[in-house]
Design a protein around this ligand. Structure first.
Ligand SMILES: Cc1cc2nc3c(=O)[nH]c(=O)nc-3n(C[C@H](O)[C@H](O)[C@H](O)COP(=O)(O)O)c2cc1C
Length: 95
């Protein structure tokens, strides 16, 4: 299982993460995605997922939550977010 994550910048994951996905072989690879963003909507995960699907990766799950953005969402991700992320990762590990 490969875990890949990014913040959201202008509605997209970090360029370096998209380059990493483009430059590597993900054929039949199990991938879990995580992300943080001001909106907490997971657009960064969806964009990574879309690219990974073109690389024949098998997406096993996605976790996303709010991250601080300027003056919004101070303290996020918070302890609860981190615990949720840990649970997400642990559950996938058991599969
Ligand atoms: C330059 C910049 C652009 C951002 N653009 C967006 C955005 O388009 N949508 C959004 O929801 N959050 C946006 N954010 C908020 C980040 O996604 C959020 O702070 C994220 O948790 C950053 O993760 P990092 O601390 O790992 O860089 C932006 C933040 C920065 C610094």
């Amino acid at each position: 299982m490969v875990y890949l994550g990014s913040g959201c910048y202008g509605g997209k994951p970090a360029k370096i993460m998209m380059k990493f996905i483009k430059d590597n072989n993900f054929k039949s690879r199990n991938v879990a995605l995580f992300g943080t963003s001001g909106s907490g909507e997971g657009f960064e995960c969806r964009k990574m997922e879309n690219l990974l699907i073109t690389k024949d990766a098998s997406i096993k799950g996605k976790f996303f939550c709010k991250g601080k953005f300027l003056f919004a969402n101070r303290g996020r991700p918070n302890d609860e977010d981190i615990n949720d992320a840990k649970e997400f990762a642990q559950k996938l590990k058991q599969n």
